[in-house]
Design a protein around this ligand. Structure first.
Ligand SMILES: Cc1ncc(C[n+]2csc(CCOP(=O)(O)OP(=O)(O)O)c2C)c(N)n1
Ligand SMILES: [Mg+2]
Length: 311
């Protein structure tokens, strides 16, 4: 768990570092602050289980086993990337690891996950589907249609709402008549919980129960995981300077950093000594440096490939 959280955090920090050079042209919606959610959920999944993701999807992809080298290559528009350089950060797809795709369409991932779950039932292969989405997706009709259909047909889906309280710069209180998202899901007759999304153990245990329930044919579960994004809605900067959100709010959440909290727990409980943590960090730094070299050294696609793989 610690290794995976570090991998996601450090991968994103590297994107922050590289982005100002302006040769990575894909828009990036950074996941820093949310790491415990992708980690806690995906470590319960089989390789062939499905995940649908959203625009803030790097953490989900890494947690589901995607290769950071191919992800970075995609951000650089390189031929070796997951979509041959034509998709960018918001179109990362990896059928081999069950990743149905990150998506720029807010709320678009829910029906994909529900459809994959229906296929899993029809094919009898016990694959579970997880839909990751933000509080902004709750504003969309596809959210309600997906919850209703999954509950009606008792499909093996886990809905994971990463509630960071903002959709771009619009606070939840300006958008939702009912700010208790988990309560909405209860209206669709499925078990629904609201958890601390910065506590990886709680997320892991809640997801384990939900995934076991889905796999044993008992139907969907809804998880609202409360968290906070540290960076701007899009890009490597922080938006508090622009007055998009109160600085004190961000400061409060940074104190509750999911990686730091888990690190302190591991130290306090004598699970992992400091020296081993440093070794893991070194290992992750190496993996990421290798990914950067791979991505930068990869070729761009040729203009003649423009219309290939277009449907
Ligand atoms: C259907 C649709 N409507 C609007 C947008 C513009 N848009 C992009 S991201 C976003 C906010 C999404 O917020 P949320 O789902 O809470 O995710 P977060 O960015 O907070 O992680 C919006 C409105 C879009 N991409 N798709
Ligand atoms: Mg949000």
């Amino acid at each position: 768990m610690y290794l995976l959280m570090l991998r996601i955090r450090k991968f994103e920090e590297k994107v922050v570092e590289l982005y100002p050079a302006q040769d990575m042209r894909s828009p990036v919606h950074l996941y820093i602050g949310h790491e415990a959610i992708a980690t806690g959920v995906c470590l319960n999944l089989r390789k062939d289980d499905y995940v649908s993701s959203n625009h803030r999807g790097h953490g989900h992809c890494i947690a589901k086993g995607m290769d950071m080298r191919l992800m970075l290559a995609e951000f650089y528009g390189k031929k070796t990337g997951y979509c041959k350089g034509k998709g960018g950060s918001m179109h990362l797809v990896d059928p081999e690891n069950g990743v149905l795709g990150t998506s720029a369409i807010v709320g678009g991932g829910l029906p994909l996950a529900v459809g994959a779950a229906l296929a899993s039932v029809m094919q009898g292969n016990e694959r579970v589907s997880v839909a990751f989405f933000g509080d902004g997706a709750v504003d969309e009709g596809s959210f309600h249609e997906s919850l209703n259909f999954a509950s009606l047909k008792k499909l093996p889906v886990v809905f994971v709402c990463e509630n960071n309280f903002y959709a771009t710069n619009s606070h939840q209180s300006a958008r939702h008549s009912n700010n208790d998202i988990a309560c909405l899901a209860e209206g669709y007759m499925m078990p629904s919980v609201c958890v601390d999304g910065n506590d990886v153990i709680t997320v892991f245990e809640t997801a384990r129960n939900a995934i076991n329930r889905a796999r044993s044919g008992k139907g969907p579960t809804f998880m609202e995981c409360r968290t906070y994004r540290w960076k701007a809605h899009v890009g490597p900067d922080c938006d508090v300077e622009k007055g998009c959100r109160p600085r004190e709010e961000l400061d409060q959440w940074v104190k509750r950093c999911p990686v730091k909290r888990f690190r302190e727990l591991l130290l306090d409980e004598n699970v992992l000594p400091e020296s081993e943590m440093l070794e893991l960090a070194r290992q992750v730094d190496e993996e990421i440096e290798e990914a950067v070299i791979f991505a930068k050294n990869s070729p761009l696609p040729s203009p003649t490939e423009l219309y290939e793989d277009v449907y």
